[in-house]
Design a protein. Structure first.
Length: 370
C-alpha cells in the first residue's frame, strides 16, 4: 500500500510517499521545501507569506516526490476540469501552478493524506486545497491527519509495534504537551503549557541573544560548546518554571522574561551567548524531564515517545534516555523530529478507514484528544 502525504501547517512545504509492505514502512520520497530563509528576515513565520510560498512550492514538491519515488509519468496534455481549477481560486499561486498537472499521469498510489491542523490556518488551507484538488483529479481517497498525531507516529519507523499505554512528550514551536496514548487514536492530554510552547521559548531566547530563527538548533549548538568547556552552568541562574507545581502543566513565558532581565545588564558577546544558551537549555531540559517522570509516576506506561521539533535537541534526547528505566524509549531520527510529511503518511497508515469524500476544514487549534 502506498500513501502520498502533504504537510503545510507552518513554514515547510513537505511531501512524502511511503510504502507499507509486510508490516514495515519504506520511505520512497521525503521532500521538504523550507521557507526558513524567507521568514528569517522577520524573525518568525508570517501566515500570509507562508500561504503564498506553499502555493508556489506545492506542485514542484509533488513532482520531485513522484520522481524520487519512481512514480512520475508524463502524459499527453489533457484538460483539468474547470471546477478543480476554480476550487483553487483562494490561492492564486497554487491555481496557476496547478495547470502543470495537465501533463502528469495519475500515479499508482492508494491514498492521499493531508494535515488538517493544528497550525497556521492560511498555511493549512494551502495543503488542504491542493490535496482536495488532487483527490478530485486522480480519484484517490484522502485522509485528514492531526499534525500532533503525526509527531507521535514519526516513531513508527523506529519501532512498528508500540507497546501501549504510551506516554508522549510533544515539544514543538506551537505545543508542549504530555499525551497518554492507550492505543492508536485514543489520546488523553495529561498536561500542557499554560502560555508559550517550549520551541517558542527557544526561538525567543535566541532572538534576545541576536541569533537567527529558528533558535532551537542555534541555542543547542552553543549550549553544547559551553558544556564541553565547563561542568557547571553558574554564571546565569534561570528559574525552573512549574517544577513543583504538583500538576503536569508547563509555563515558559516567565522563563523568557527572566532571560530578558538577565541580559539587560550584559553586552551580548559570544561568551555571554554560550553561557545563556547553556543555562536556558539546562532549565528547559530539567523541567521537561521532571514533568515526564511525574507523569509516568501517576500514569505508568510501557513506552515513552519524544516527538516534535524540540525533540531534535541532542541534550534533551540523551538526558531523557538516562532518566528512564524499564520502559521503551523511542525518539524519531532527527530529520523526522522537525516538521515533515513522512510523519503524516505514517499516521495515515493508521487511519485509512477515515478516508472520506467530505471536504476537509483547516482547524488551527485542533486538539489531539478531539
Ligand atoms: O515541530 P516543529 O518543526 O514545528 C512545529 O510544529 O512547531 O518544531 C519547530 C520548533 C522550533 O521552535 C525550533 O526552534 C525547535 O522546534 N527546534 C529545536 C531544535 N530543532 C528545532 N529546539 C531545540 N533544539 C533543537 N535542536
Ligand atoms: Zn510540528
Amino acid at each position: 500500500m502506498k500513501i502520498l502525504a502533504i504537510e503545510t501547517s507552518c513554514d515547510e512545504t513537505a511531501i512524502s510517499i511511503l510504502e507499507k509492505k509486510d508490516g514495515s514502512f519504506k520511505i520512497l520520497s521525503h521532500v521538504i521545501n523550507s521557507q526558513i530563509d524567507l521568514h528569517q528576515e522577520y524573525g518568525g513565520v508570517f501566515p500570509s507569506l507562508a500561504k503564498r510560498e506553499h502555493g508556489k512550492n506545492l506542485v514542484p514538491a509533488l513532482i520531485e516526490a513522484l520522481k524520487k519515488a519512481d512514480l512520475y509519468k508524463q502524459k499527453e496534455k489533457g484538460e483539468i476540469p474547470e471546477n478543480i481549477i476554480d476550487s483553487l481560486d483562494r490561492n492564486p499561486e497554487l491555481q496557476e501552478s496547478f495547470k502543470e498537472m495537465e501533463t502528469v499521469s495519475r500515479p499508482e498510489i492508494d491514498f492521499l493524506a493531508v494535515t488538517k491542523g493544528p497550525g497556521l490556518e492560511p498555511a493549512l488551507w494551502s495543503g488542504i486545497s491542493f490535496a482536495e484538488a488532487l483527490k478530485n483529479l486522480w480519484e484517490i481517497p484522502l485522509i485528514p491527519i492531526n499534525h500532533m498525531e503525526g509527531h507521535i507516529a514519526s516513531v513508527l519507523l523506529e519501532k512498528a509495534d508500540i507497546n501501549f499505554p504510551a506516554l508522549a512528550l510533544l515539544v514543538s514551536g506551537g505545543h508542549t504537551e504530555l499525551v497518554l496514548a492507550r492505543e492508536w487514536g485514543k489520546y488523553e492530554i495529561l498536561g500542557r503549557t499554560l502560555d508559550d510552547a517550549v520551541g517558542e521559548a527557544f526561538d525567543k531566547t535566541a532572538r534576545l541573544l541576536g541569533l537567527p530563527y529558528p533558535g532551537g538548533p542555534e541555542i543547542s549548538k552553543l549550549a553544547e560548546m559551553h558544556r564541553k568547556k565547563e561542568a557547571e552552568s553558574n554564571y546565569f541562574k534561570l528559574p525552573r518554571p512549574m517544577l513543583h507545581s504538583g500538576n503536569l502543566s508547563f509555563s515558559f513565558s516567565g522563563l523568557k522574561t527572566a532571560v530578558r532581565y538577565a541580559l539587560e545588564k550584559e553586552e551580548i558577546t559570544p561568551e555571554i551567548q554560550e553561557k545563556m544558551a547553556r543555562e536556558f537549555e539546562d532549565s528547559v531540559v530539567e523541567v521537561l524531564i521532571s514533568k515526564t517522570l511525574q507523569a509516568l509516576d501517576k500514569h505508568p506506561a510501557k513506552t515513552l515517545i519524544l516527538g516534535g521539533g524540540v525533540s531534535a535537541n541532542k541534550y534533551l534526547r540523551e538526558e531523557m534516555g538516562k532518566a528512564l528505566n524499564d520502559i521503551d524509549y523511542i525518539v524519531p531520527e532527527q530529520r523526522l523530529s522537525t516538521d515533515n510529511a513522512t510523519m503524516i503518511a505514517l499516521a495515515a497508515f493508521l487511519h485509512t478507514k477515515d478516508a472520506s469524500n467530505s471536504s476537509i476544514t483547516a482547524k488551527g487549534n485542533l486538539r489531539i484528544d478531539s
